[in-house]
Design a protein around this ligand. Structure first.
Ligand SMILES: [Zn+2]
Length: 222
C-alpha cells in the first residue's frame, strides 16, 4: 500500500503537538499505520515541537540543537520500514457485512463501532464512538460499487481515510491507504468505482450538511 493522498502538513503538525480533535486524530492515526512518509513528518514535527517547548521554558538551546534534531530525523527516517501495526479487534466487535478482505485499522481498537445501517440505496453508515470524546463525529461508511455519496458540504474540515476499494470525485481517484482532506468550501459528490464496494473511515471537525430529504434521514447518524 503506497498512499498517494496524505494529510496536509498543518494537520500532521496539529497531530504531532496534540491539538487535533479526537475524531480527526483517529482518522490520521489510521493513515499513519500505512504511511511511512507521514510517520516521518510527524516525528519531525514532534522533534521541532519539543525543541520549541524547551526554548519557551527558558532552557538554553544548545548551539548545535537544530543540527542534532535534523540528524535525528534523518537517522529515524532512514531506519524506518513499512510496518503496519497489527490490527486488534474493536470492543464492540466488527460490524457485520463489511467486505471480507477489509482489515480494520489498529487505531480503531478501543472504539465501539455501531452496526452498519442503510441510509440511502447502497450507502450504510456505522457510528464510531471514540473513547474520551463522545461527541466526536466519526463514522464508518460502506458504499456499494458504482454508488455515489450524497451531495454535501461541511462547515469544517472533513477527513476521509479509504480502508477498502476506491472512489473518485472531480479532483481525482482515491484508493485504500489514501487520506483525503476536504475543507468546507468544497461541494463534492464522490462516486465509488464500479468494480467493488468502498469502505471509508470519516471524521468531521464541523457539522456535515446533506441536502434535501436525505439530510433529514441522515441527521440521526452524523
Ligand atoms: Zn501519508
Amino acid at each position: 500500500m503506497n498512499p498517494r493522498a496524505h494529510p496536509s502538513d498543518e494537520t500532521l503538525a496539529r497531530f504531532a503537538v496534540g491539538t487535533l480533535p479526537a475524531g480527526p486524530r483517529l482518522v490520521v492515526a489510521a493513515h499513519l499505520e500505512g504511511c511511512a512518509c507521514c510517520r516521518r513528518t510527524v516525528r519531525a514535527f514532534e522533534a521541532v515541537g519539543g525543541a520549541l517547548v524547551e526554548a519557551e521554558a527558558g532552557l538554553p538551546l544548545a548551539p548545535d540543537a537544530f543540527a542534532r534534531t535534523m540528524d535525528r530525523i534523518a537517522r529515524e527516517g532512514a531506519g524506518m520500514v513499512h510496518r503496519p501495526a497489527p490490527a486488534r479487534p474493536a470492543p464492540g466487535g466488527r460490524p457485520t457485512g463489511l467486505p471480507p478482505g477489509l482489515v480494520l485499522p489498529a487505531a480503531l481498537a478501543g472504539c465501539a463501532i455501531g452496526p452498519l445501517r442503510p441510509v440511502a440505496p447502497g450507502v450504510r453508515i456505522g457510528r464510531v464512538r471514540v473513547p474520551g470524546d463522545p461527541k466526536a463525529n466519526v463514522m464508518l461508511l460502506d458504499i456499494g460499487a458504482g454508488r455515489g455519496i450524497p451531495d454535501h458540504t461541511h462547515a469544517g474540515l472533513e477527513f476521509t481515510q479509504v480502508l477498502h476499494g476506491a472512489y473518485h470525485d472531480h479532483r481525482g481517484r482515491y484508493a485504500a491507504g489514501d487520506l483525503v482532506e476536504v475543507d468546507g468550501e468544497v461541494d463534492h459528490a464522490p462516486v465509488v468505482d464500479a468494480d467493488g464496494p468502498c469502505v471509508c473511515l470519516v471524521a468531521m471537525e464541523g457539522a456535515l450538511r446533506f441536502r434535501g430529504l436525505l439530510g433529514v434521514l441522515l441527521r440521526p447518524f452524523v
